[in-house]
Design a protein around this ligand. Structure first.
Ligand code: ADP
Ligand code: MG
Length: 260
């Protein structure tokens, strides 16, 4: 397993009329190919900014981002992005929502439908392909959004708090689902969350960020003594609590961790 993503001394500041907001300061970390990594940090510390930089939506003030050893701007690699809101269009069917990304890129053809039907069937959406998003459960909507992203064949998936709009019970189920899909499709993923348990239950590597401007406080490679790891089973692993406490201690508690 080689290194897929490398972030080196990344800094970023927002500039607007009220002045400068430093969001990231000298952040460095890497993600291995096939790894599920998570970034945890307090609200407003700069997590979404980090993903926007990796996705190429904004340009670093300083520092570098490499994917597969090449500068991200010229790497020609596909980056998939999944957000808290699923951004499904209510007037399009589930199928039409799933094909949207391919349509925009003029890549929708006969063979895509074979792939789409396979994914819909595997992930329990085939019977709902003509249904409108409002007829789907929260979990089904997130699965549809993930399938739409996967069809673009991303080399890395960026997930920005994709479960935070769901209630607790659904959130546990959906995170299990989404994790299994990402694993089954052998994708490299970088999940952002402010929820320590969520990060621990899903990730092999956890990057802990400080309050704004975000700096790396610690990077933990999670090793659990359980067979057949799934987020649900991981939560009851004997080492879970120790890891939880380790991360809790690293996070700054002078500001409340609140959901945004
Ligand atoms: N477009 C923007 N202009 C100015 N400041 C911004 C902008 N976007 C985010 N910020 C500020 O940058 C900091 C980090 O934001 P963000 O990356 O969204 O944090 P997080 O995702 O960790 O909650 C916050 O203080 C936020 O207010
Ligand atoms: Mg955010």
């Amino acid at each position: 397993m080689g290194e897929l993503l490398r972030v080196e001394n990344l800094s970023y500041s927002y500039h607007n009329l009220s002045g400068e907001t430093k969001a990231l300061e000298e952040v460095s970390f890497s993600v291995e190919e096939g790894q599920f990594a998570a970034i945890v940090g307090p609200s407003g510390c700069g997590k979404s900014t980090m993903l926007s930089l990796i996705a190429g939506l904004i340009t670093p003030s300083s520092g570098d981002i490499y994917i597969d050893g090449k500068d991200i701007k010229t790497s020609g690699k596909n980056i998939g992005y999944m957000l808290q809101k699923d951004h499904l269009l209510e007037w399009r069917s589930t199928l039409k929502n799933i094909t949207l990304g391919l349509e925009i890129q003029h890549k929708l053809n006969e063979s895509s439908y074979i792939m789409i039907n396979k994914l819909l069937e595997t992930y329990g959406l085939l019977a709902f392909k003509d249904a409108k998003p409002k007829e789907l459960s929260g979990g089904m909507r997130q699965r549809a959004a993930l399938i739409r992203t996967l069809l673009l064949e991303p080399d890395i998936l960026l997930l920005d708090e994709p479960f935070s709009a769901l209630d607790y019970q659904t959130r546990l189920e959906v995170s299990d689902d989404i994790w299994s899909i990402i694993r089954k499709e052998k994708k490299t993923a970088l999940l952002i969350t402010h929820d320590i348990s969520e990060a621990l239950s899903m990730a092999d590597r956890i990057i802990i960020l400080s309050n704004r401007p975000a700096t790396v406080k610690k990077i933990i490679d999670v090793k659990l003594n359980i067979e057949d790891k799934t987020p649900f089973k991981t939560r009851s692993a004997p080492e879970f609590k120790d890891y939880f406490n380790m991360i809790w201690k690293e996070l700054d508690h002078n500001e409340k961790i609140i959901q945004t």
